[in-house]
Design a protein around this ligand. Structure first.
Ligand code: GMT
Length: 381
C-alpha cells in the first residue's frame, strides 16, 4: 500500500462544507495513507482534514485589508503562499480543487518559482467553476487561461467534461476522474440515532447538502408534502448551512414534525447508516457526493436526472431518476420505495456494490497518482 516513490503534493481547496472541499480533504488523507506528503494551502483548515499526521501540513493564507481596496483580494496572497510552500517543501505537484481562483493562483505561483523548479499543476473541476462561473464573462476567459496552462485537467463527471469543452472551448484533454467516498465507521448504533431523531416504524428519508440554490430545497419540500401516506416517513435534512430560510416553507406545506434538521454535522456516517432512502431535487449537479455517501451505506436514492447524476445512479437498479422540476414524480418514486422494503433492500444492496466497484478510494486514488506521475514524466511546463 505504501508507495515506494513518495511524492510531495500541495492541495488547495475551499475548506468549508461543500463537496469539492470534502473530496480534496479525503484525497489528501488517502495520499498520506499511501506514503505521500501532503501540504494543504487555504485560508482555513479544510473540514475533514486528517488530524495530527506527520505527513500532513496546513499552511494558512493570510489576507490583509487595505483602505484602498474596496474588495479584499485572495488570489495574490494565495499565489504567494503557494509559491513559498512549493519552494520551501520542494513540492512536485500542486493539485487545485475548483478552478476559481485556485487554478489562476497556481499558475501565478509557478511563475514565481526559481528557474529549474518544475511544479506540475493539476486542476480538478468540480461543477459551478464551469457551469456557472465559466459562463460569466468576468471569469470565463481567466478560467480558460488557467486550464490551458495547467499540466493536467480533471473533471468529476463526463457531464462536466463536456460542459467545460462546450462552454469554455478548452482544447486540452480533460480526464474524467469520478469522486470517491470512504465512510468512517458510525460512532453510535443505528437504533440510537433513529431514536434521537424521533423515528419509529416510519421510513427515514435523508437529504444531505449545503442547501445552496441549485439544491432546490423548495422542490424537495414540495415533493415531501406529496409523499403518501403522509405518516409513513420522516425527512431528515443534514444541512451544511443554516436551514432557517426554509422554516416558513415547512410551515406552509404542513410538514412540521415530519422534517427534522441537523446542521453542520461532522460525522455524517451516523445519519447515513440510519436512512432508508435518500432524496435529491437539484437543478444542476456535476456529481452529487450526497448520493454516493448514501450508496456506501446501502441507501437507494430518488433524484432529479440532471448533470452527472445519471453517471452515479443506475436508474431502476440503485435508485430512481425523474425529470427536473417534477415534485410529483419525486414523491411517487419515494412513496413506492417507502411501501416496498424488499425493493429498497435490493436497490440498496446494488447501490453499495456500485459504490465499491466504481467510486471507492481504491478505484479512484490510483487514477490521480497515475496522472501525477504522467505529468511529472512529461517534464512540466
Ligand atoms: O461546484 C459547486 O457548486 C461547489 C461544489 C462544492 O464544493 O460543493 O460542488 C460540486 O462539487 C461536488 C464535488 O465534486 C459535486 O458532488 C457537486 O455535484 C458539485 N456541485 C454542482 O455541480 C452544483
Amino acid at each position: 500500500m505504501i508507495d515506494p516513490a513518495p511524492l510531495k503534493i500541495g492541495i488547495t481547496c475551499y475548506p468549508t462544507v461543500g463537496g469539492s472541499g470534502i473530496l480534496a480533504a479525503e484525497l489528501g488523507a488517502e495520499l498520506v495513507a499511501r506514503g505521500h506528503e501532503v501540504h494543504f494551502i487555504s485560508y482555513e483548515k479544510p473540514f475533514r482534514l486528517p488530524a495530527n499526521h506527520p505527513r500532513v501540513f496546513f499552511h494558512p493564507v493570510t489576507v490583509n485589508t487595505y483602505g484602498l481596496f474596496k474588495y479584499p483580494d485572495y488570489t495574490l496572497p494565495l499565489s504567494v503562499r503557494m509559491a513559498e510552500v512549493a519552494r520551501d517543501h520542494h513540492l512536485d505537484i500542486l493539485h487545485v480543487h475548483y478552478a476559481v481562483p485556485h487554478a489562476t493562483a497556481a499558475i501565478l505561483a509557478r511563475e514565481m518559482l526559481p528557474a529549474g523548479h518544475k511544479l506540475r499543476i493539476v486542476t480538478t473541476l468540480h461543477g459551478t467553476d464551469t457551469t456557472l462561473l465559466g459562463r460569466d464573462p468576468g471569469y470565463g476567459p481567466a478560467i480558460r487561461h488557467a486550464l490551458e496552462r495547467s499540466d493536467a485537467i480533471t473533471a468529476v463527471s463526463e457531464f462536466l467534461r463536456r460542459e467545460t469543452i462546450n462552454h469554455l472551448g478548452v482544447q486540452r484533454p480533460i480526464e474524467v476522474i469520478h469522486n470517491f467516498f470512504e465512510p468512517e465507521a458510525p460512532t453510535r448504533p443505528r437504533d440510537e440515532v433513529r431514536r434521537e431523531l424521533g423515528i419509529g416504524a416510519e421510513a427515514m428519508i435523508l437529504h444531505i447538502s449545503n442547501l445552496r440554490p441549485v439544491k432546490r430545497i423548495d422542490l424537495l419540500l414540495e415533493a415531501a408534502a406529496r409523499i403518501q401516506p403522509a405518516d409513513a416517513f420522516k425527512l431528515v435534512i443534514i444541512a451544511g448551512e443554516s436551514f432557517a430560510p426554509f422554516d416558513s416553507d415547512v410551515r406552509r406545506l404542513g410538514l412540521e414534525g415530519r422534517v427534522i434538521v441537523r446542521e453542520r454535522i461532522n460525522r455524517v456516517e451516523d445519519y447515513l447508516q440510519a436512512a432508508d432512502l435518500a432524496l435529491f431535487s437539484s437543478e444542476s449537479e456535476s456529481f452529487c457526493l450526497g448520493i454516493l455517501e448514501a450508496m456506501c451505506f446501502g441507501v437507494p436514492s430518488v433524484s432529479t436526472a440532471v448533470g452527472g447524476i445519471p453517471e452515479v445512479i443506475d436508474d431502476g437498479v440503485t435508485g430512481h431518476l425523474v425529470p427536473f422540476g417534477d415534485a410529483e414524480a419525486l414523491a411517487d418514486a419515494s412513496s413506492r420505495l417507502i411501501a416496498n422494503p424488499e425493493l429498497r433492500k435490493r436497490m440498496g444492496t446494488a447501490a453499495r456494490a456500485r459504490a465499491a466497484q466504481l467510486f471507492s478510494a481504491d478505484q479512484i486514488v490510483p487514477r490521480y497518482l497515475e496522472l501525477y506521475r504522467t505529468v511529472m514524466d512529461a517534464g512540466g511546463r
